[in-house]
Design a protein around this ligand. Sequence first.
Ligand code: ZN
Ligand code: ZN
Length: 273
Amino acid sequence: MVPIARTVMKLNFCSLSSGSSGNCYYVGNEFHGILIDAGISATSIRRFLKHIDISMQTIMGVLITHNHTDHIKGLEVLTRKNSIPAFTTKKVWESVLGQQMRISSDCIREIPLMEKFNLAGFDIEAFPVCHDAPETVGYHICYGDEKITIATDLGHICHTAAPYIRAATLLVIESNYDEEMLITGQYPYYLKARIKSDHGHLGNHQASAFLADNIGDNLKHICLAHLSKNNNTPELVLRTLQRTLSERGINLNGYPQISILNRNSPTGMIRLI
Ligand SMILES: [Zn+2]
Ligand SMILES: [Zn+2]
């Protein structure tokens, strides 16, 4: 009897850059890739992709989360010079184009909120998160049995975002600031209040508490993302998470794996099979 060949579906993730200076993430299968945000220059995106052996020609689109510069800085050149289509909701497009970004109309693709669409074999859903932009979305990207959720700018985890975050097999979640560093730091009062607000960013304790309450058996990898340059360190992120887990008697024993994403350089390829 001839054995039936089974296709192994591979899904890869790599953070090219993560933090308040610029965000760009790569998700790819054995054929194609997509980017989430273009908050670094198109030259850096090309260079970082080359670093992980990915050619720009395999990138089928870029998904945009919101209109802050650290998420769209390279978008104009990426779409103009490389003709890569960009996808986001109507409201996010209005806010991006309202900033005088010159995006060729051929590259503008509007997607619905909380409704699946397919791009290059990936099933993708944009979901709303609470942040201080006219609209901000996270993305839930499915391929085979794997589900990647990316939620990088959110003041708190609202009831619409939580199910997408819980469903992930690989989760990219913000851990932006250490509460103590922010409060005692040099930022003016209004900026501290903005960051801490329900529409600002997620702190280390907030992210850790949510993870401690919600880590399920399906979750294979947690990537802690969008660290502040001035109000956080990778050591504090990890220490806060470990302390929160141990206070609740949770011992991960290496599963799910945990990565702290680099602010200005790629964080090695994570392979899900
Ligand atoms: Zn951001
Ligand atoms: Zn933002």
